[in-house]
Design a protein. Structure first.
Length: 340
């Protein structure tokens, strides 16, 4: 296969100049592969020939790699030599507060999946939007089970208020029409990741997107109708080819999503507040009681909903309290929690 043909084939897998520019002259003998699944003791990948295994270096940790990562591999030994810089990464602070759990990397669009029933929760959607914004991915809210709702438009209208210019798509996850509705984000070489609670239809939607010919069907589960709670049917993250082009990463249902190190994500979600803040009289305005506060003026005029400001305060406070800070002399950094 010629160099140009190789490059074209890699682009089908999501390869771009962003990754090609990172390959050094001395690494020309290595081949790029994309991580397709991560397990505790092994990593599986894909390249232009199809699925391939990887050999991890001694003392390496599979948890340091995410589905969607691009890595350089020795083709003679299948040994993973190095990981390329990520274009985007979706991660969350682990429950213990130490370190992050990698969920997906190099994702162009993050499909935030919820259903048109009791699972629909605006506060939870805000958290996913913050994480998507922070990750550097385009967020899209996907409302599943639209065919079972009396009026899916009610759910859609509420979700659209969460963030400026936010796409919200209502689908029947079992219908082929869902693929057409999501096509703008699932073009050739594009990667989307699905996140959301258990039982909202992520795996069903993945199976519809990958098509009947796929040999990597995801298990699906039922939900309790009275509270819309589901069982975890996806237990690991994995990369799948979308019928007609593109790639989709399915992730396990997330029970709790903590906010940490996501200030930029919050600013994007509440863009109208972030844009008003520089207009305040005082640079360190808390938007609570200071004279000349542009944010409070917007609340008084009706341009900004008071509840929106309160949600901004609560999320900013949680992010501040959960974000560890580094202290100690250089070369001997100590992670400690902030105290207020």
């Amino acid at each position: 296969m010629t160099s140009s043909n190789l490059s074209s084939s890699l682009k089908l897998l999501g390869w771009s100049e962003f990754f090609a520019d990172q390959v050094q002259t001395g690494e020309a003998h290595l081949v790029p592969r994309r991580i397709a699944s991560v397990h505790r003791a092994r990593i599986e990948a894909i390249d232009v020939t199809g699925p391939v295994g990887l050999t991890l270096p001694a003392n390496s940790n599979s948890a340091d790699y995410a589905v969607g990562d691009w890595v350089l591999v020795d083709p003679l030994t299948d040994m993973l030599v190095g990981r390329l810089e990520r274009k985007s990464v979706f991660q969350r602070r682990s429950e213990g507060g130490r370190g992050h759990q990698l969920l997906a990397a190099n994702v162009d669009s993050l499909l935030i999946v919820t259903s048109c029933n009791a699972d629909f929760n605006l506060a939870r959607l805000e958290r996913y939007l913050i994480m998507a914004n922070q990750a550097g991915s385009n967020p899209v809210i996907v409302l599943t089970k639209a065919d079972t709702a009396d009026d899916a438009g009610v759910f859609q209208a509420q979700a659209e208020t969460l963030q400026r210019d936010l796409p919200v798509i209502a689908v029947n996850g079992r219908s082929a029409d869902a693929v057409a509705l999501l096509r703008p984000w699932c073009g050739v070489g594009q990667t989307v990741a699905l996140v959301g609670s258990s039982g909202v239809g992520k795996s069903t939607l993945v199976n519809t997107m990958t098509g009947p010919e796929s040999d990597t069907k995801q298990k699906t589960g039922t939900i309790r109708e009275y509270d819309a709670q589901g069982r975890h049917t996806t237990t690991a993250r994995s990369l799948h080819a979308i019928s007609g082009g593109g790639w989709v990463i399915d992730t396990p249902g997330i029970r709790t999503l903590y906010l940490s190190d996501v200030t930029n994500g919050i600013d994007t979600l509440f863009a109208e507040i972030a844009e008003l803040a520089p207009l305040c009289r005082f640079r360190d305005c808390t938007h609570a009681h200071e004279p000349g506060c542009a944010v409070q003026a917007a609340v008084s005029s009706g341009a900004l909903v008071p509840d929106r400001l309160e949600r901004w305060r609560a999320l900013l406070r949680e992010n501040r309290d959960r974000t560890p800070v580094l202290s100690g002399p250089r070369g001997n950094k100590i992670v400690r929690k902030k105290k207020y």
